[in-house]
Structure formats: C-alpha cells, structure tokens
Design a binder for this molecule. Structure first.
Ligand SMILES: *[C@@H]1O[C@H](CO)[C@@H](O)[C@H](O)[C@H]1NC(C)=O
Length: 119
C-alpha cells in the first residue's frame, strides 16, 4: 500500500476516534396506557392515578377541558398516567400501573391537549 493511502487511512482513523460519539440524546418519554390493557384495568389505574396517585387530571375531567376528548378510558388513562409519571418520575414514581402503562417516545399531545414532559 502506498504511504499516501496509509496516511489517508491514519487520518480517517484519527478523525473517527476524535469525533465525539454522538451523545446518547436523552429522548423524551411519556407514559401512556398500554393498548393491550382491558378497559376495566385501565379504569382502576386511572381512578388511582387521579386520586391517591396525585396526578393532575383537571384537563380530562370536564367536557370543556382540552384533553376531555376523545372521551375514552384509554385516552383519559394515558393523560393521567403521564401526569403522574411526569410529576413523580424523579421521586420514585414509575410508569407501570400494574402493567397497564407503557413508555412512549412519541408525543401523545393532540390539538390543544398538551401532554407535559418534564426533564
Ligand atoms: C392542574 O392543571 C391545571 C391545568 O393545567 C392547572 O391550572 C392547575 O393549577 C393544576 N393543579 C395542580 C394542583 O397542579
């Protein structure tokens, strides 16, 4: 191999080593209802989240609130799970709800219904 090629290879090697590895971008994560969970289990988890859990469910509780629609157990549970998770994720709260919830990296916000995300 010519020295020229070797130099190019060395240069590429140096570049490859010194380019900072793309930092594992902290991807945003929301907590939503797992599609697989039956409505009765979601309802139980939703009631807990909005009650003892301490989620802020004001935006799903009245017809004039931005996240009231679609008025389904799954959508309301998703909103409540996420509210709980965003509030408590750094204080020991998890996105679990007995398996009724799951993490998503797709922002579930729609229209004027904003799903909060806290760092
Ligand atoms: C709950 O959310 C509503 C709407 O964003 C807000 O106005 C209210 O202050 C919140 N309540 C609490 C206890 O954080």
């Amino acid at each position: 191999m010519s020295t020229f090629l070797i130099r190019i290879l060395l240069a590429l090697l140096v570049i490859a080593i010194t380019i900072p590895q793309q930092s594992e971008a902290e991807s945003e994560q929301w907590c939503v209802a797992d599609e697989q969970t039956p409505d009765d289990e979601l309802q139980g988890a939703l009631d807990w989240a909005c009650g003892k859990g301490g989620a802020n469910c004001s935006r799903i509780q009245e017809p004039n609130q931005p996240c009231f629609l679609p008025n389904t157990i799954k959508d309301h549970a998703s909103f409540a799970f996420n509210s709980y998770y965003q509030t408590y994720k750094h204080k020991g709260g998890s996105c679990y709800f007995k398996g009724a919830a799951m993490i998503t990296e797709l922002d579930p916000s729609h229209g004027s219904c904003h799903y909060e995300y806290n760092l």
